[in-house]
Design a protein around this ligand. Structure first.
Ligand SMILES: [Zn+2]
Length: 226
């Protein structure tokens, strides 16, 4: 799981705590959190969730997402999600963001409400740059009946163009503030934390024999009774 130090606003891993960073999503999103970086097994799990309709994954990810929201200092009045287009929903039969929202909502103790409507589909976003994505997403969403602080759920945060467009619609539709909670976020490789091995050791750590492990939460193992 991604852990501090990070960007306080968007939860991106950082070498020291910062208030905001260059990976921060658009201004309409007040705060963003994601338990995982989008790579390795998490990438495969989300792919399964999306294309395999593997619903148990939604529940497991929902637990981790709820944990990563726990340190955010505001409680939402509702949870909502980034809706799929009607065509994609018909093809897939399954809205992965809705499944995640419904896994998170009861754990946070607020309702999951369909506050956002998708008016169009700008097509695949993967090859577009951030500015082009934001432009393509303009006017794609409409929200109604939002109030108070709303948590918007999606599967992955990349540039935040989609989440930002949804958040803008929610603010226009009556929300006071919008937070974004995703299962994973793209993490630029230069700032990705070093991989952690089994016992809380970063790869390449040197462990002095007989000592506690520096920089980890592991306690020295008690001596075996003789
Ligand atoms: Zn940031």
């Amino acid at each position: 799981m991604i852990s501090p130090p990070w960007c306080e606003r968007c939860g991106a891993p950082a070498s020291r705590p910062v208030a905001s960073c260059r990976d921060c999503p658009p201004d309409a999103i007040a705060i963003a959190r994601a338990p995982f970086g989008f790579d390795g097994p998490i990438r495969r799990a989300i792919h399964r969730l999306k294309f395999g309709g593997w619903r148990a994954v939604a529940d497991a990810l929902g637990v981790a997402m709820t944990e990563s929201w726990a340190e955010v200092p505001w409680t939402p009045s509702a949870i909502t999600w980034v809706p799929l287009s009607r065509e994609r929903l018909a093809a897939r039969g399954y809205d992965q963001a809705r499944a995640l929202a419904r896994a998170v909502a009861p754990r946070i103790g607020v309702p999951a409400l369909p506050l956002v409507r998708r008016l169009g589909d700008p097509g695949p976003q993967a090859r577009r740059g951030a500015a082009s994505r934001r432009e393509a997403m303009r006017g794609v969403f409409e929200a109604e009946g939002a109030s108070g602080r709303v948590v918007l759920v999606d599967d992955v945060l990349t540039t935040g163009a989609t989440g930002g467009a949804c958040a803008t619609a929610l603010l226009e539709g009556g929300a006071e503030a919008v937070g974004l909670l995703t299962a994973a976020r793209a993490v630029s490789s230069a700032r990705r934390p070093r991989p952690i091995l089994g016992h809380g050791l970063a790869s390449g750590s040197v462990v002095a024999p007989g000592n506690g492990i520096p920089g980890s939460r592991c306690q020295p193992r008690a001596k075996r009774p003789t």
